[in-house]
Design a protein around this ligand. Structure first.
Ligand code: NAD
Ligand code: MG
Length: 390
């Protein structure tokens, strides 16, 4: 039996992971499930999957969680230390599906116990790529990508020599506003940004898809995961979201990975790795689909891509600044404090304000430096947003 934990079990990726594990209960011994405010779901899944422990990140929900687990034999825990402890509990396979920089510490705890970490939480690599890759090597852990594009690249690279890789192309649907006139973006609402044309995901990543901050994070994730130079990584708008990524080789071959827009494929690939096993996803009928479309990304529409490129070039802790600023700007947009386009302005101004500190561009940072940079960036972005005229 494979011992598994799911960090962020109540979210979109977490629930897809729960569904795959629940479909084959004899194959898995569930260790820890974590969640946030949705303790009804957390408790129900922990009981159904017979987890050892259920953890909410909110201290004030501990009593309620404990009440829901009473008599089930599932332990209840809450708070930041308990979240990290959930990642550190001995397990063979840990799903990292918390949203945001909050996923870093619990995921790193799983790496430090030498587990296989299935990484949906791209922020882990954006904030601390060089540190995470060092710790993976040091602790004999395994990192498997779950982001659909990175899973696609990973699969296209099986059996290949990295020296023969010329470029990697990750695709983007273009998000909710792909076909909107540019002038209209100023007034785009949270509701409008929360509707993704192809994927059903958590609200934050859906809005990040409309702004392409998600693709910006994924550019950085690609650089860190595969160790590629920034100029070898491209973004291609592909409205159908059926090709997830392509790898170009020195002999001119381009290997594409296709699949339906269903995260259970990438999650299942990581769960069954190094084998493949049948998965309950739709099979593509290309004859019926007929055609696939592509276009280069419009840099005016998507400033996040330009900002992410600057971050890739600068390296070090600039990814942590970029991500923290993006998280605060996204919160401010959701709360109605700023408009859709202001998110990119706030992130750019934060990067500029913090770039005078050259030590932030060194790749030799430790975890405390990441957390400190994350906190300072959040304060800075909040100040920048407060000073924006609305
Ligand atoms: P979600 O919002 O649906 O779920 C997030 C999970 O994290 C929930 O379990 C929530 O309780 C928990 N959480 C939220 N804040 C937390 C905190 N401060 N501390 C601890 N736990 C917290 O998010 P999602 O869409 O499932 O995305 C999860 C991660 O996977 C993100 O990094 C996202 O970018 C990535 N991802 C998601 C998809 C997708 O299809 N949803 C695809 C690719 C990558
Ligand atoms: Mg993705």
């Amino acid at each position: 039996m494979k011992r598994v934990s799911i960090l962020g079990a109540t979210g979109s990726i977490g629930q897809n992971t729960v569904s795959l594990i629940a479909a084959d209960p004899d194959a898995y011994d569930v260790v820890a499930l974590t969640g946030g405010r949705n303790i009804d779901q957390l408790a129900a899944d922990a009981i159904r999957l017979r987890a050892d422990v259920a953890v909410t990140c909110y201290d004030d929900l501990l009593d309620d969680l404990r009440a829901r687990l009473e008599g089930s034999g599932v332990e209840a825990a809450a708070g930041d230390a308990a979240m990290a402890e959930a990642g550190a509990r001995p397990a063979d396979w840990v799903m990292s599906a918390i949203v945001g920089a909050a996923g870093l510490v619990p995921g790193l705890a799983a790496i430090r116990q030498g587990a296989v970490l299935a990484l949906a939480n791209k922020e882990t690599l954006v904030c601390a790529g060089p540190l995470v890759m060092r710790e993976v090597a040091q602790h004999g852990a395994t990192l498997l990508p779950v982001d659909s594009e990175h899973s696609a690249v990973f699969q296209a690279l099986v059996g290949e020599d990295m020296a023969a890789v010329e470029r990697v192309i990750i695709t983007a649907s273009g998000g909710a506003f792909r076909d909107w006139p540019l002038e209209r973006l100023v007034t785009a609402t949270v509701e409008e940004a929360s509707a993704h044309p192809n994927w059903d995901m958590g609200q934050r990543i859906t809005i990040d898809s409309a702004s392409m901050f998600n693709k910006g994070l994924e550019l950085i994730e690609t650089k860190e995961f595969f160790g590629l130079d920034p100029d070898r990584i491209e973004v291609l708008v592909h409205p159908e979201s059926l090709i997830h990524a392509l790898v170009g080789f020195t002999d001119g071959a381009l290997m594409a990975h296709l699949g339906p827009p269903d995260m259970r494929h990438a999650i299942g690939y990581a769960l069954n790795h190094p084998q493949r096993a049948p998965l309950p996803v739709e099979r593509l009928d290309l004859g019926r689909i007929g055609q696939l479309n592509f276009r280069p990304p419009d840099s005016e529409r998507y400033p996040a891509l330009r900002l992410a490129r600057g971050v890739m070039e600068a390296g070090g802790l600039t990814g942590a600044i970029f991500n923290a600023a993006k998280e605060v700007a996204l919160d401010a947009f959701i709360a109605g404090r700023i408009g859709f386009l202001d998110m990119a302005h706030a992130v750019e101004d934060t990067l500029t304000a913090m770039s005078s500190d050259a030590s932030l561009q060194m790749d030799t940072f430790d975890l405390d430096m990441v957390l400190d940079t994350d906190q300072r960036s959040r304060v800075r972005t909040d100040e920048i947003i407060s000073s924006m005229d609305r």
